[in-house]
Design a protein around this ligand. Structure first.
Ligand SMILES: [Zn+2]
Length: 88
């Protein structure tokens, strides 16, 4: 729930589309760069792409995501969002 609300909130501020969300283990295993314990397997990760020319400043986007409990990882052709899990 935290994850979905976070993505909703971010999407209202930044122009992105979700290209991948919940995956089966089989589908995940067949993807390049996928990790075995991916949060995509439990629905707490999503890959997004920004509208052409509308990519936000990476630091700004990261800070906005963090405020909502989400972690951002820039990957080859998309941006990966997942629930922030590191406790400190
Ligand atoms: Zn991803």
């Amino acid at each position: 729930m935290t994850f979905v609300m976070g993505v909703m909130d971010l999407q209202a501020r930044f122009p992105f589309s979700v290209t991948s969300w919940w995956r089966t283990a089989k589908h995940n295993a067949g993807l390049a760069d996928s990790v075995k314990d991916s949060q995509h397997l439990v629905g707490t990760a999503a890959d997004v792409v920004f509208d052409p020319g509308a990519e936000p400043d990476p630091g700004l986007f990261k800070a906005a995501a963090r405020e909502l409990g989400l972690e951002v990882e820039r990957e080859s052709d998309h941006t990966h969002l997942e629930l922030f899990t590191t406790m400190y």
